[in-house]
Unconditional design. Structure first.
Length: 411
């Protein structure tokens, strides 16, 4: 049965959010709350260790044209988000010092200066300080409404009073008294109203919720936002959903949700997170759309995304050490199969003899007796070289991407 606003099932969308937001508008899907934690303008290239198996994933975060290009890139998307947001909805944009002041001016233009609600400062402690500057220990979250009529559930996000305050007014919780210069005083039994600065620690390296995503935010931060600005059954949208913290918390709090990310690697991670940690039932409670399902779509992927897709489909591991030291893109070890093996990924056609020959050298250097080369197709010379290697005790298997795509690959 289709729910109000056209969303009959939670959606995890692998796509550029520019086109995905257009699709939501066409389907009449409207969000009650939009939270986005977009790539910060920091010109970094992330090498990320994912999860317990130390799988390396790469994510790009760069705009060669400078800050103006970045802000224009963001504005084009924010305008579409405004179309998706309900009139009673709220918008939260999470950023840091690199571009926050530029984004604030852009948001005032899109939403209207009068619809600015809060500049929330997320404070946290951390190790290490610069020698000639104050320590950078906060992010900024800009909160806007679309109209003057917006959701704010104050009682759901009240905080505990300080111990000194509770002691001073312990006989007057929930009651009113006359107290000298303080005038009429009372303590709400549900707690105090939160300020616009939140002291919440980032995720500890050993925390169960840590997934290795470079800018992963703590669930407690998203819980506060979702509780304050949505009700059960409302739609929460995260158009840059990364490792899926927003949608995972929305799922747990009984909200409906839409998550969008351009990365197949991130989308797969979110899918696993929802099923494993949030108890969501794929196909029944949420649908994954937009993942590459054709050879042409796989050819169009960024090289690191293509490599990640292959390693995931092969259920193998990807190691930064192996990549840098031995020229291998992935591997199997004895925790997966009894025969360790190296993997090399080529996003190209007609792989020749020289590639197989170089791969044999890499396998010997890494002390592997077996390996897989994955590519779209292989030439005659590659097949002949793989057959020759087998006679010398080195097993090289040539795997076509089409076999991975259609589930025909066997280790």
């Amino acid at each position: 049965m289709t729910q109000p606003n056209g969303l009959d099932k939670n959606l995890l969308i692998c796509a550029d959010n520019l086109s995905a937001l257009d699709d939501l508008v066409k389907k009449g899907i409207k969000a009650d709350l939009i939270y986005l934690d977009p790539p910060f303008f920091s010109n970094r290239h992330y090498e990320v260790v994912w999860g317990d198996e130390a799988e390396v994933r790469s994510f790009k975060d760069r705009w060669s044209g400078g800050i103006i290009v970045y802000v224009d890139w963001m504005k084009e998307r924010v305008v579409k988000m405004l179309d998706v947001l309900k009139d009673t909805g709220t918008f939260y944009l999470h950023c840091d010092w690199h571009a926050g002041h530029y984004l604030k001016v852009m948001l005032d233009e899109v939403f209207g200066y009068h619809n600015f609600r809060n500049e929330i400062v997320w404070c946290y402690r951390g190790a290490g300080y610069p020698k000639k500057d104050f320590g950078k220990r906060h992010d900024t979250i800009y909160r806007y409404s679309k109209t003057e009529d917006y959701i704010f559930n104050l009682d759901d996000v009240r905080e505990e009073y300080a111990e000194a305050t509770k002691e001073r007014f312990k006989h007057y919780i929930g009651n009113v008294r006359k107290s000298g210069d303080f005038g009429l005083q009372k303590l709400n039994p549900l707690g105090k109203q939160p300020d616009d600065w939140w002291q919440i620690q980032p995720i500890a390296p050993s925390a169960n919720e840590r997934l290795g995503y470079p800018t992963q935010k703590p669930e407690t931060l998203l819980e506060k936002i979702i509780k304050a600005s949505s009700n059960k059954g409302d739609i929460v949208l995260d158009p840059f959903c990364g490792c899926g913290t927003t949608v995972a918390v929305a799922q747990r709090l009984g909200r409906r949700w839409v998550g969008i990310d351009i990365s197949p690697t991130a989308t797969k991670l979110i899918e696993n997170r929802l099923v494993k940690f949030s108890g969501a039932k794929k196909d029944r409670e949420f649908e994954v759309v937009g993942m590459p399902t054709t050879l042409s779509a796989l050819r169009a992927l960024e090289p690191f995304e293509f490599q990640n897709w292959v390693i995931n489909e092969m259920k193998a591991k990807q190691s930064k050490k192996l990549t840098s030291d031995f020229g291998l893109d992935g591997y199997y070890d004895k925790t997966i199969f009894t025969d360790p093996a190296g993997i090399q990924v080529k996003q190209s056609e007609h792989i020749g003899r020289n590639v197989v020959d170089n791969f044999e050298t890499a396998l010997k250097r890494a002390k592997y007796a077996k390996g897989y080369i994955v590519a779209f197709s292989f030439g005659k010379g590659a097949c002949e070289e793989a057959a020759r290697a087998k006679h010398e005790g080195l097993e090289v298997k040539l795997v076509e991407v089409d076999d991975l795509l259609h589930g025909n690959f066997k280790v």
